[in-house]
Design a protein around this ligand. Structure first.
Ligand code: ATP
Ligand code: MG
Length: 557
Protein backbone atom coordinates (compact mmCIF):
# COMPACT_ATOMS: atom_id res chain seq x y z
CA UNK A 1 0.00 0.00 0.00
CA UNK A 2 1.26 3.47 -0.74
CA UNK A 3 1.80 5.90 2.10
CA UNK A 4 -0.02 8.74 0.37
CA UNK A 5 -3.37 9.39 2.04
CA UNK A 6 -6.29 8.10 0.05
CA UNK A 7 -8.54 10.59 -1.67
CA UNK A 8 -12.10 10.78 -0.34
CA UNK A 9 -13.84 7.51 -1.09
CA UNK A 10 -17.55 7.69 -1.48
CA UNK A 11 -19.98 5.52 0.44
CA UNK A 12 -23.74 5.11 0.62
CA UNK A 13 -24.10 7.85 3.22
CA UNK A 14 -22.25 10.35 1.06
CA UNK A 15 -24.48 9.37 -1.84
CA UNK A 16 -27.54 10.17 0.30
CA UNK A 17 -26.07 13.47 1.45
CA UNK A 18 -25.14 14.45 -2.12
CA UNK A 19 -28.71 13.75 -3.21
CA UNK A 20 -30.20 15.68 -0.27
CA UNK A 21 -28.04 18.69 -1.05
CA UNK A 22 -28.72 18.48 -4.78
CA UNK A 23 -32.50 18.26 -4.31
CA UNK A 24 -32.49 21.16 -1.87
CA UNK A 25 -33.85 18.98 0.94
CA UNK A 26 -30.98 20.33 3.04
CA UNK A 27 -28.80 23.36 2.45
CA UNK A 28 -26.12 22.03 4.75
CA UNK A 29 -25.69 19.01 6.95
CA UNK A 30 -25.63 18.54 10.71
CA UNK A 31 -24.39 15.28 12.20
CA UNK A 32 -23.67 14.29 15.77
CA UNK A 33 -21.57 11.89 17.77
CA UNK A 34 -23.71 10.64 20.69
CA UNK A 35 -21.65 8.63 23.19
CA UNK A 36 -22.95 7.47 26.50
CA UNK A 37 -20.49 8.68 29.19
CA UNK A 38 -20.24 5.18 30.67
CA UNK A 39 -16.72 4.20 29.65
CA UNK A 40 -13.75 5.20 27.57
CA UNK A 41 -14.00 5.35 23.80
CA UNK A 42 -12.52 2.57 21.71
CA UNK A 43 -11.40 2.13 18.13
CA UNK A 44 -14.99 1.40 17.04
CA UNK A 45 -16.02 4.80 18.35
CA UNK A 46 -13.08 6.27 16.44
CA UNK A 47 -14.72 4.96 13.27
CA UNK A 48 -17.97 6.70 14.20
CA UNK A 49 -16.17 9.93 15.18
CA UNK A 50 -14.23 10.02 11.91
CA UNK A 51 -17.47 9.44 10.01
CA UNK A 52 -19.61 12.05 11.76
CA UNK A 53 -17.00 14.77 12.19
CA UNK A 54 -15.37 13.91 8.87
CA UNK A 55 -18.64 14.37 6.96
CA UNK A 56 -19.26 17.70 8.67
CA UNK A 57 -15.77 18.84 7.67
CA UNK A 58 -16.00 17.64 4.10
CA UNK A 59 -19.44 19.15 3.51
CA UNK A 60 -18.77 22.30 5.53
CA UNK A 61 -21.56 21.34 7.87
CA UNK A 62 -21.62 20.91 11.62
CA UNK A 63 -21.18 18.04 14.00
CA UNK A 64 -22.40 18.09 17.59
CA UNK A 65 -20.98 16.19 20.49
CA UNK A 66 -23.92 15.04 22.56
CA UNK A 67 -23.77 12.88 25.64
CA UNK A 68 -26.60 10.41 25.88
CA UNK A 69 -26.78 10.65 29.64
CA UNK A 70 -30.03 8.82 30.37
CA UNK A 71 -28.53 5.95 32.41
CA UNK A 72 -27.26 7.76 35.51
CA UNK A 73 -26.09 4.65 37.36
CA UNK A 74 -23.26 3.97 34.92
CA UNK A 75 -22.24 7.47 33.95
CA UNK A 76 -19.47 9.65 35.29
CA UNK A 77 -17.81 13.00 34.80
CA UNK A 78 -14.47 11.23 34.32
CA UNK A 79 -15.82 9.36 31.31
CA UNK A 80 -17.40 12.51 29.87
CA UNK A 81 -14.10 14.38 30.20
CA UNK A 82 -12.06 11.61 28.60
CA UNK A 83 -14.46 11.43 25.66
CA UNK A 84 -14.04 15.14 24.97
CA UNK A 85 -10.25 14.79 25.19
CA UNK A 86 -10.36 11.88 22.77
CA UNK A 87 -12.45 13.67 20.15
CA UNK A 88 -10.13 16.68 20.27
CA UNK A 89 -7.03 14.53 20.17
CA UNK A 90 -8.35 12.79 17.06
CA UNK A 91 -8.36 16.24 15.49
CA UNK A 92 -12.03 17.20 15.61
CA UNK A 93 -14.01 20.00 17.20
CA UNK A 94 -17.73 19.88 17.82
CA UNK A 95 -20.02 22.73 16.96
CA UNK A 96 -20.67 25.09 19.88
CA UNK A 97 -20.91 23.76 23.40
CA UNK A 98 -20.98 20.11 24.37
CA UNK A 99 -24.62 19.00 24.45
CA UNK A 100 -26.30 16.67 26.88
CA UNK A 101 -29.52 14.76 26.49
CA UNK A 102 -30.20 15.84 30.07
CA UNK A 103 -30.41 19.45 28.82
CA UNK A 104 -33.63 18.33 27.16
CA UNK A 105 -35.21 16.52 30.12
CA UNK A 106 -37.92 19.17 30.56
CA UNK A 107 -38.75 19.19 26.84
CA UNK A 108 -38.72 15.41 26.73
CA UNK A 109 -41.17 15.40 29.61
CA UNK A 110 -43.48 17.84 27.82
CA UNK A 111 -43.42 15.73 24.64
CA UNK A 112 -44.41 12.71 26.72
CA UNK A 113 -47.34 14.71 28.06
CA UNK A 114 -48.26 15.51 24.46
CA UNK A 115 -48.23 11.81 23.57
CA UNK A 116 -50.46 11.08 26.57
CA UNK A 117 -52.85 13.84 25.54
CA UNK A 118 -53.07 12.31 22.08
CA UNK A 119 -53.87 8.92 23.58
CA UNK A 120 -50.48 7.64 22.41
CA UNK A 121 -48.87 6.89 25.76
CA UNK A 122 -50.03 5.34 29.01
CA UNK A 123 -48.80 4.56 32.47
CA UNK A 124 -48.45 0.85 33.03
CA UNK A 125 -48.39 -0.86 36.44
CA UNK A 126 -47.31 -4.30 35.25
CA UNK A 127 -44.23 -5.66 37.00
CA UNK A 128 -41.12 -6.04 34.83
CA UNK A 129 -41.70 -9.84 34.75
CA UNK A 130 -45.31 -9.43 33.64
CA UNK A 131 -44.26 -6.93 31.06
CA UNK A 132 -41.77 -9.39 29.61
CA UNK A 133 -44.47 -12.03 29.54
CA UNK A 134 -46.96 -9.72 27.83
CA UNK A 135 -44.42 -8.62 25.26
CA UNK A 136 -44.52 -11.95 23.41
CA UNK A 137 -41.70 -13.30 21.28
CA UNK A 138 -40.48 -13.14 17.71
CA UNK A 139 -43.03 -15.78 16.79
CA UNK A 140 -45.81 -14.92 19.20
CA UNK A 141 -47.66 -11.60 19.27
CA UNK A 142 -47.72 -9.71 22.53
CA UNK A 143 -50.93 -8.94 24.39
CA UNK A 144 -52.30 -5.71 25.67
CA UNK A 145 -51.66 -4.65 29.23
CA UNK A 146 -54.80 -4.30 31.34
CA UNK A 147 -53.68 -0.70 31.97
CA UNK A 148 -53.49 0.14 28.28
CA UNK A 149 -56.91 1.74 28.09
CA UNK A 150 -56.49 4.15 30.97
CA UNK A 151 -58.02 7.54 30.25
CA UNK A 152 -55.92 10.50 29.18
CA UNK A 153 -56.78 12.26 32.45
CA UNK A 154 -55.71 9.31 34.57
CA UNK A 155 -52.48 8.91 32.62
CA UNK A 156 -51.67 12.61 32.93
CA UNK A 157 -52.26 12.41 36.67
CA UNK A 158 -50.17 9.29 37.13
CA UNK A 159 -47.31 10.56 34.98
CA UNK A 160 -47.19 13.81 36.98
CA UNK A 161 -47.11 11.77 40.18
CA UNK A 162 -44.33 9.57 38.78
CA UNK A 163 -42.33 12.76 38.29
CA UNK A 164 -43.34 13.93 41.74
CA UNK A 165 -41.75 10.91 43.35
CA UNK A 166 -44.91 9.28 44.65
CA UNK A 167 -44.12 5.79 43.38
CA UNK A 168 -41.37 3.31 44.08
CA UNK A 169 -38.57 2.67 41.60
CA UNK A 170 -39.66 0.25 38.92
CA UNK A 171 -43.28 0.20 40.02
CA UNK A 172 -44.64 1.97 36.94
CA UNK A 173 -43.46 2.99 33.50
CA UNK A 174 -44.76 5.26 30.80
CA UNK A 175 -45.21 3.35 27.56
CA UNK A 176 -45.81 4.44 24.00
CA UNK A 177 -49.11 3.03 22.75
CA UNK A 178 -48.21 1.53 19.40
CA UNK A 179 -48.97 -2.10 18.60
CA UNK A 180 -48.52 -5.16 20.81
CA UNK A 181 -48.82 -7.40 17.74
CA UNK A 182 -46.15 -5.65 15.70
CA UNK A 183 -43.67 -7.92 14.00
CA UNK A 184 -41.01 -5.54 15.36
CA UNK A 185 -40.70 -6.08 19.09
CA UNK A 186 -39.37 -2.53 19.53
CA UNK A 187 -42.84 -1.33 18.49
CA UNK A 188 -44.74 -3.36 21.10
CA UNK A 189 -45.54 -0.45 23.36
CA UNK A 190 -41.95 0.33 24.34
CA UNK A 191 -41.31 1.93 27.70
CA UNK A 192 -40.34 5.56 27.28
CA UNK A 193 -39.98 6.60 30.96
CA UNK A 194 -38.97 4.66 34.03
CA UNK A 195 -38.74 5.54 37.71
CA UNK A 196 -35.20 5.42 39.01
CA UNK A 197 -33.94 7.32 42.06
CA UNK A 198 -30.31 7.76 41.09
CA UNK A 199 -28.16 10.84 41.39
CA UNK A 200 -27.42 12.19 37.92
CA UNK A 201 -24.05 13.74 37.04
CA UNK A 202 -25.74 16.83 35.60
CA UNK A 203 -29.24 17.10 37.03
CA UNK A 204 -28.44 15.76 40.51
CA UNK A 205 -31.61 14.63 42.27
CA UNK A 206 -33.97 16.83 40.31
CA UNK A 207 -35.49 13.88 38.46
CA UNK A 208 -36.58 10.49 39.66
CA UNK A 209 -37.91 9.50 36.25
CA UNK A 210 -35.60 9.11 33.29
CA UNK A 211 -36.48 8.87 29.59
CA UNK A 212 -35.37 5.76 27.70
CA UNK A 213 -32.66 5.86 25.08
CA UNK A 214 -34.84 5.33 21.99
CA UNK A 215 -37.28 8.03 23.01
CA UNK A 216 -34.54 10.47 23.97
CA UNK A 217 -32.31 9.98 21.01
CA UNK A 218 -34.68 10.90 18.21
CA UNK A 219 -36.03 13.96 20.04
CA UNK A 220 -32.52 15.16 20.90
CA UNK A 221 -31.58 14.80 17.23
CA UNK A 222 -34.64 16.78 16.18
CA UNK A 223 -34.11 19.53 18.76
CA UNK A 224 -30.58 19.99 17.44
CA UNK A 225 -31.65 20.04 13.81
CA UNK A 226 -29.58 16.98 12.94
CA UNK A 227 -30.01 16.17 9.26
CA UNK A 228 -28.38 12.73 9.11
CA UNK A 229 -28.41 10.62 12.27
CA UNK A 230 -25.81 7.92 11.73
CA UNK A 231 -25.64 4.87 13.92
CA UNK A 232 -24.62 1.25 13.84
CA UNK A 233 -26.72 -1.53 12.35
CA UNK A 234 -28.12 -2.87 15.59
CA UNK A 235 -30.35 0.21 15.60
CA UNK A 236 -31.95 -0.62 12.27
CA UNK A 237 -34.91 -2.26 14.03
CA UNK A 238 -35.27 0.79 16.22
CA UNK A 239 -35.72 3.13 13.28
CA UNK A 240 -39.51 2.64 13.08
CA UNK A 241 -39.71 3.79 16.70
CA UNK A 242 -37.41 6.73 15.99
CA UNK A 243 -39.77 7.79 13.23
CA UNK A 244 -42.95 7.01 15.18
CA UNK A 245 -41.98 9.31 18.05
CA UNK A 246 -41.08 12.19 15.75
CA UNK A 247 -44.20 11.69 13.63
CA UNK A 248 -46.43 11.93 16.70
CA UNK A 249 -45.13 14.98 18.51
CA UNK A 250 -45.15 18.62 17.50
CA UNK A 251 -41.58 19.15 16.45
CA UNK A 252 -40.57 20.97 13.29
CA UNK A 253 -37.69 18.74 12.32
CA UNK A 254 -37.49 15.05 11.43
CA UNK A 255 -33.92 13.83 11.06
CA UNK A 256 -33.34 10.61 9.14
CA UNK A 257 -31.49 7.71 10.70
CA UNK A 258 -29.03 5.70 8.61
CA UNK A 259 -27.20 2.63 9.84
CA UNK A 260 -23.73 1.35 9.00
CA UNK A 261 -21.84 -1.70 10.20
CA UNK A 262 -19.83 -1.72 13.40
CA UNK A 263 -16.10 -2.09 13.25
CA UNK A 264 -14.93 -5.42 14.67
CA UNK A 265 -11.17 -5.57 14.97
CA UNK A 266 -9.38 -8.91 15.05
CA UNK A 267 -7.07 -9.70 17.99
CA UNK A 268 -8.92 -7.30 20.23
CA UNK A 269 -12.38 -6.56 21.55
CA UNK A 270 -14.63 -3.57 20.98
CA UNK A 271 -17.15 -3.67 23.75
CA UNK A 272 -17.05 -1.23 26.62
CA UNK A 273 -18.36 -3.85 28.99
CA UNK A 274 -15.55 -6.28 28.19
CA UNK A 275 -12.94 -3.55 28.23
CA UNK A 276 -14.18 -2.63 31.69
CA UNK A 277 -13.77 -6.26 32.71
CA UNK A 278 -10.11 -6.17 31.57
CA UNK A 279 -9.58 -3.09 33.73
CA UNK A 280 -11.48 -4.37 36.76
CA UNK A 281 -9.78 -7.77 36.71
CA UNK A 282 -6.42 -6.01 36.31
CA UNK A 283 -5.43 -7.81 33.13
CA UNK A 284 -4.26 -4.37 32.01
CA UNK A 285 -3.05 -1.39 34.00
CA UNK A 286 -6.08 0.76 33.20
CA UNK A 287 -8.22 2.16 30.40
CA UNK A 288 -5.13 3.79 28.92
CA UNK A 289 -2.95 0.70 29.03
CA UNK A 290 -1.13 0.80 25.67
CA UNK A 291 -2.53 -2.63 24.79
CA UNK A 292 -6.11 -1.45 25.08
CA UNK A 293 -8.01 -0.61 21.88
CA UNK A 294 -9.26 2.51 23.62
CA UNK A 295 -8.39 5.85 22.11
CA UNK A 296 -6.48 6.63 25.33
CA UNK A 297 -4.63 3.32 25.05
CA UNK A 298 -3.79 3.82 21.39
CA UNK A 299 -2.60 7.33 22.15
CA UNK A 300 -0.35 6.17 24.97
CA UNK A 301 0.97 3.39 22.76
CA UNK A 302 2.12 6.06 20.28
CA UNK A 303 -0.54 5.76 17.59
CA UNK A 304 -1.09 9.07 15.80
CA UNK A 305 -4.45 10.76 15.17
CA UNK A 306 -3.48 10.96 11.50
CA UNK A 307 -2.81 7.23 11.40
CA UNK A 308 -6.14 6.42 13.05
CA UNK A 309 -7.99 8.73 10.68
CA UNK A 310 -6.27 7.10 7.73
CA UNK A 311 -7.31 3.69 9.10
CA UNK A 312 -10.92 4.88 9.30
CA UNK A 313 -10.74 5.91 5.66
CA UNK A 314 -9.33 2.58 4.58
CA UNK A 315 -11.97 0.47 6.30
CA UNK A 316 -14.75 2.52 4.75
CA UNK A 317 -18.43 2.78 5.60
CA UNK A 318 -21.02 0.28 4.46
CA UNK A 319 -23.74 -2.03 5.69
CA UNK A 320 -21.71 -5.17 5.15
CA UNK A 321 -19.54 -6.90 7.69
CA UNK A 322 -16.68 -4.69 8.85
CA UNK A 323 -14.38 -7.19 10.50
CA UNK A 324 -10.88 -5.94 10.01
CA UNK A 325 -7.55 -7.45 10.86
CA UNK A 326 -5.31 -5.63 13.32
CA UNK A 327 -2.68 -5.59 10.56
CA UNK A 328 -4.76 -2.98 8.70
CA UNK A 329 -4.66 -0.64 11.68
CA UNK A 330 -1.00 -1.33 12.33
CA UNK A 331 -0.02 -0.65 8.74
CA UNK A 332 -1.89 2.67 8.70
CA UNK A 333 -0.02 3.67 11.87
CA UNK A 334 3.30 2.39 10.58
CA UNK A 335 2.98 4.30 7.32
CA UNK A 336 2.17 7.51 9.13
CA UNK A 337 5.10 7.08 11.53
CA UNK A 338 7.42 6.19 8.68
CA UNK A 339 6.95 9.70 7.35
CA UNK A 340 7.07 11.60 10.63
CA UNK A 341 9.30 9.78 13.13
CA UNK A 342 12.97 10.74 13.42
CA UNK A 343 15.36 7.78 13.38
CA UNK A 344 17.67 7.02 16.27
CA UNK A 345 19.39 3.90 17.54
CA UNK A 346 18.43 2.02 20.66
CA UNK A 347 19.36 -1.32 22.15
CA UNK A 348 16.58 -3.35 23.68
CA UNK A 349 18.55 -6.42 24.72
CA UNK A 350 22.13 -5.29 25.22
CA UNK A 351 25.33 -7.27 24.63
CA UNK A 352 28.62 -5.58 25.43
CA UNK A 353 31.32 -5.37 22.76
CA UNK A 354 34.89 -4.24 23.37
CA UNK A 355 36.72 -2.94 20.31
CA UNK A 356 40.23 -4.22 20.95
CA UNK A 357 41.93 -2.08 18.32
CA UNK A 358 40.35 1.24 19.34
CA UNK A 359 42.02 3.57 21.83
CA UNK A 360 40.36 3.66 25.25
CA UNK A 361 38.96 7.07 26.15
CA UNK A 362 38.85 8.23 22.56
CA UNK A 363 35.53 9.27 20.98
CA UNK A 364 34.96 9.60 17.27
CA UNK A 365 31.64 11.14 16.26
CA UNK A 366 29.93 11.02 12.90
CA UNK A 367 26.94 12.99 11.81
CA UNK A 368 23.75 11.11 10.95
CA UNK A 369 20.50 12.52 9.63
CA UNK A 370 17.28 11.98 11.56
CA UNK A 371 15.30 10.98 8.49
CA UNK A 372 16.48 9.77 5.09
CA UNK A 373 13.67 11.59 3.24
CA UNK A 374 13.50 14.65 5.46
CA UNK A 375 16.81 16.48 5.69
CA UNK A 376 14.90 19.31 7.43
CA UNK A 377 14.56 17.04 10.49
CA UNK A 378 18.26 17.78 11.02
CA UNK A 379 21.07 15.57 12.20
CA UNK A 380 22.91 14.55 15.33
CA UNK A 381 26.39 13.26 16.14
CA UNK A 382 26.66 9.54 16.75
CA UNK A 383 29.67 8.91 19.00
CA UNK A 384 31.86 5.83 18.57
CA UNK A 385 33.84 4.39 21.44
CA UNK A 386 35.96 1.47 22.56
CA UNK A 387 32.99 -0.05 24.42
CA UNK A 388 29.72 -0.40 22.57
CA UNK A 389 26.36 -2.12 23.02
CA UNK A 390 24.88 -4.25 20.31
CA UNK A 391 21.61 -6.16 20.25
CA UNK A 392 22.14 -9.65 21.73
CA UNK A 393 19.98 -11.07 18.92
CA UNK A 394 22.41 -9.71 16.36
CA UNK A 395 25.05 -12.20 17.46
CA UNK A 396 24.93 -15.97 17.10
CA UNK A 397 27.63 -18.52 17.76
CA UNK A 398 25.97 -21.10 15.55
CA UNK A 399 23.93 -19.06 13.10
CA UNK A 400 21.35 -20.48 10.72
CA UNK A 401 22.13 -20.56 6.99
CA UNK A 402 22.01 -17.14 5.35
CA UNK A 403 22.84 -15.27 8.58
CA UNK A 404 24.08 -11.78 7.78
CA UNK A 405 24.60 -10.53 11.28
CA UNK A 406 27.50 -11.14 13.62
CA UNK A 407 29.14 -14.48 14.35
CA UNK A 408 32.58 -15.52 15.52
CA UNK A 409 35.07 -14.66 12.79
CA UNK A 410 32.39 -12.83 10.81
CA UNK A 411 31.97 -9.19 9.94
CA UNK A 412 29.14 -6.67 9.97
CA UNK A 413 28.81 -3.00 9.25
CA UNK A 414 28.03 -0.90 12.31
CA UNK A 415 25.36 1.55 11.16
CA UNK A 416 26.95 4.97 10.36
CA UNK A 417 30.36 3.54 11.29
CA UNK A 418 33.05 0.93 10.69
CA UNK A 419 33.03 -2.66 9.64
CA UNK A 420 33.65 -4.81 12.68
CA UNK A 421 34.84 -8.40 13.03
CA UNK A 422 34.11 -10.62 16.01
CA UNK A 423 37.33 -12.23 17.25
CA UNK A 424 36.42 -13.71 20.60
CA UNK A 425 33.43 -14.61 22.74
CA UNK A 426 33.51 -14.19 26.52
CA UNK A 427 31.15 -16.37 28.58
CA UNK A 428 30.18 -16.61 32.19
CA UNK A 429 30.45 -19.79 34.27
CA UNK A 430 27.06 -20.92 33.03
CA UNK A 431 28.14 -20.63 29.41
CA UNK A 432 26.15 -17.48 28.58
CA UNK A 433 27.72 -15.04 26.16
CA UNK A 434 28.41 -11.90 28.20
CA UNK A 435 30.80 -9.96 26.01
CA UNK A 436 32.39 -9.96 22.58
CA UNK A 437 35.89 -8.89 21.66
CA UNK A 438 35.87 -7.34 18.22
CA UNK A 439 38.10 -5.30 15.95
CA UNK A 440 37.27 -2.68 13.37
CA UNK A 441 38.67 -2.16 9.92
CA UNK A 442 39.88 1.45 10.08
CA UNK A 443 39.64 1.78 6.27
CA UNK A 444 35.87 1.27 6.14
CA UNK A 445 34.44 4.50 7.46
CA UNK A 446 32.04 5.60 4.74
CA UNK A 447 33.51 3.17 2.24
CA UNK A 448 33.34 -0.48 1.36
CA UNK A 449 36.17 -2.80 2.30
CA UNK A 450 38.56 -3.86 -0.42
CA UNK A 451 38.35 -7.41 -1.69
CA UNK A 452 35.29 -8.62 0.24
CA UNK A 453 31.58 -7.95 0.64
CA UNK A 454 29.97 -7.32 4.01
CA UNK A 455 26.19 -7.41 3.75
CA UNK A 456 24.90 -7.16 7.30
CA UNK A 457 24.33 -3.83 9.02
CA UNK A 458 23.56 -3.70 12.73
CA UNK A 459 22.73 -0.89 15.13
CA UNK A 460 24.81 -0.15 18.20
CA UNK A 461 25.47 2.49 20.86
CA UNK A 462 28.54 3.84 22.59
CA UNK A 463 28.46 2.60 26.20
CA UNK A 464 29.94 5.87 27.40
CA UNK A 465 27.24 8.00 25.81
CA UNK A 466 24.07 5.93 25.71
CA UNK A 467 21.23 6.70 28.11
CA UNK A 468 19.64 3.90 30.07
CA UNK A 469 15.95 3.53 29.31
CA UNK A 470 13.00 1.43 30.28
CA UNK A 471 11.60 -0.07 27.11
CA UNK A 472 8.14 -1.60 27.03
CA UNK A 473 7.61 -4.00 24.18
CA UNK A 474 3.91 -4.20 23.55
CA UNK A 475 2.24 -6.77 21.40
CA UNK A 476 -1.34 -7.76 20.67
CA UNK A 477 -3.47 -8.35 23.71
CA UNK A 478 -5.02 -11.59 22.43
CA UNK A 479 -3.57 -14.61 20.70
CA UNK A 480 -6.62 -15.36 18.55
CA UNK A 481 -8.48 -13.18 16.04
CA UNK A 482 -11.86 -13.38 17.77
CA UNK A 483 -11.38 -13.81 21.50
CA UNK A 484 -15.06 -13.32 22.24
CA UNK A 485 -16.47 -15.45 19.42
CA UNK A 486 -17.44 -18.36 21.66
CA UNK A 487 -19.83 -17.08 24.32
CA UNK A 488 -19.19 -20.14 26.51
CA UNK A 489 -15.49 -19.35 26.87
CA UNK A 490 -14.25 -16.35 28.83
CA UNK A 491 -12.40 -14.14 26.35
CA UNK A 492 -9.68 -13.63 28.97
CA UNK A 493 -8.58 -17.22 28.27
CA UNK A 494 -7.01 -15.89 25.10
CA UNK A 495 -4.95 -13.09 26.63
CA UNK A 496 -1.48 -13.04 25.09
CA UNK A 497 0.98 -13.70 27.97
CA UNK A 498 3.68 -11.87 26.02
CA UNK A 499 1.66 -8.77 25.29
CA UNK A 500 4.04 -6.76 27.49
CA UNK A 501 7.75 -7.40 27.95
CA UNK A 502 9.65 -4.73 29.85
CA UNK A 503 13.38 -4.43 29.32
CA UNK A 504 16.20 -2.20 30.49
CA UNK A 505 17.88 -0.96 27.36
CA UNK A 506 19.83 1.97 26.03
CA UNK A 507 19.02 4.86 23.72
CA UNK A 508 21.01 7.51 21.95
CA UNK A 509 21.82 10.49 24.14
CA UNK A 510 20.20 12.86 21.62
CA UNK A 511 16.75 11.88 22.96
CA UNK A 512 17.56 13.07 26.47
CA UNK A 513 15.22 16.08 26.39
CA UNK A 514 12.30 14.30 24.75
CA UNK A 515 9.01 15.23 26.35
CA UNK A 516 6.23 12.67 26.89
CA UNK A 517 4.57 11.49 23.65
CA UNK A 518 7.63 11.98 21.47
CA UNK A 519 7.88 9.43 18.69
CA UNK A 520 10.97 7.86 17.16
CA UNK A 521 11.88 5.06 14.90
CA UNK A 522 14.47 2.92 16.67
CA UNK A 523 16.37 1.66 13.69
CA UNK A 524 15.62 -1.95 12.82
CA UNK A 525 13.35 -2.33 15.88
CA UNK A 526 10.18 -0.39 15.29
CA UNK A 527 8.41 2.80 16.24
CA UNK A 528 8.54 3.90 19.85
CA UNK A 529 6.95 6.68 21.84
CA UNK A 530 7.88 8.16 25.20
CA UNK A 531 5.26 7.17 27.73
CA UNK A 532 2.61 9.76 28.52
CA UNK A 533 2.49 8.90 32.19
CA UNK A 534 5.85 7.56 33.29
CA UNK A 535 8.46 9.13 31.02
CA UNK A 536 10.68 11.87 32.47
CA UNK A 537 13.50 13.57 30.62
CA UNK A 538 16.62 11.90 32.03
CA UNK A 539 14.58 8.87 33.05
CA UNK A 540 13.20 7.74 29.73
CA UNK A 541 10.39 5.25 29.30
CA UNK A 542 9.61 4.14 25.76
CA UNK A 543 6.59 2.21 24.51
CA UNK A 544 6.86 0.17 21.37
CA UNK A 545 4.08 1.43 19.14
CA UNK A 546 4.47 -1.04 16.31
CA UNK A 547 7.24 -3.15 14.84
CA UNK A 548 8.78 -2.21 11.50
CA UNK A 549 7.25 -5.20 9.79
CA UNK A 550 4.15 -7.24 10.41
CA UNK A 551 5.72 -10.16 12.27
CA UNK A 552 2.26 -11.78 12.76
CA UNK A 553 1.80 -12.19 9.02
CA UNK A 554 5.08 -14.04 8.83
CA UNK A 555 4.24 -16.36 11.72
CA UNK A 556 0.95 -17.31 10.20
CA UNK A 557 2.60 -18.14 6.89
P1 ATP B 1 -20.22 -0.48 23.29
O1 ATP B 1 -21.02 -1.50 22.55
O2 ATP B 1 -18.76 -0.64 23.20
O3 ATP B 1 -20.70 -0.28 24.70
P2 ATP B 1 -21.90 1.63 22.47
O4 ATP B 1 -22.44 1.56 21.11
O5 ATP B 1 -22.79 1.23 23.56
O6 ATP B 1 -20.52 0.87 22.52
P3 ATP B 1 -22.07 4.46 22.66
O7 ATP B 1 -21.40 5.36 23.62
O8 ATP B 1 -23.54 4.32 22.71
O9 ATP B 1 -21.37 3.07 22.83
O10 ATP B 1 -21.61 4.78 21.18
C1 ATP B 1 -21.50 6.06 20.61
C2 ATP B 1 -21.52 5.92 19.12
O11 ATP B 1 -20.42 5.12 18.67
C3 ATP B 1 -22.79 5.25 18.64
O12 ATP B 1 -23.31 5.99 17.57
C4 ATP B 1 -22.34 3.88 18.22
O13 ATP B 1 -23.13 3.37 17.19
C5 ATP B 1 -20.89 4.12 17.78
N1 ATP B 1 -20.11 2.90 17.92
C6 ATP B 1 -19.92 2.17 19.04
N2 ATP B 1 -19.20 1.06 18.78
C7 ATP B 1 -18.89 1.10 17.46
C8 ATP B 1 -18.16 0.24 16.58
N3 ATP B 1 -17.58 -0.89 17.01
N4 ATP B 1 -18.05 0.59 15.29
C9 ATP B 1 -18.61 1.73 14.85
N5 ATP B 1 -19.31 2.58 15.61
C10 ATP B 1 -19.46 2.28 16.90
MG1 MG C 1 -24.77 2.25 23.41
Amino acid sequence: MSSAPLPVISNFIRTIIDADLASGKHRSIVTRFPPEPNGYLHVGHAKSICLNFGLAQDYQGKCNLRFDDTNPEKESEEYAQSIQDDVRWLGFQWDGEVRWASDYFEQLYQYAVELIQKGLAYVDDLTPEQMREYRGTLTRAGKNSPYRERSVAENLGLFARMRGGEFADGSRVLRAKIDMASGNINMRDPAIYRIRRVHHIRTGDKWCIYPMYDYTHCISDALEGITHSLCTLEFEDHRPLYDWVLDNITIPCHPRQYEFSRLELHYTITSKRKLLQLVNEKHVSGWDDPRMPTIQGMRRRGYTPEGIREFAKRIGISKSDNTVDMAVLESAIREDLEARAPRVMAIVNPLKVVITNFVAGQTESREAGFHPQHPEFGARLVPFNKDIWIEADDFSESPPAGWQRLTVGGEVRLRYSYIMRCDEVIKDAAGNVIELRCSIDAETLGKNPVGRKVKGVIHWLSCTHALPAEIRLYDRLFTVPEPDADKTIDFCTYLNPDSLVTTRGWVEACVKDAIPETRYQFERLGYFCTDRRDHRPGKPVFNRTVTLKDHWAKEQG
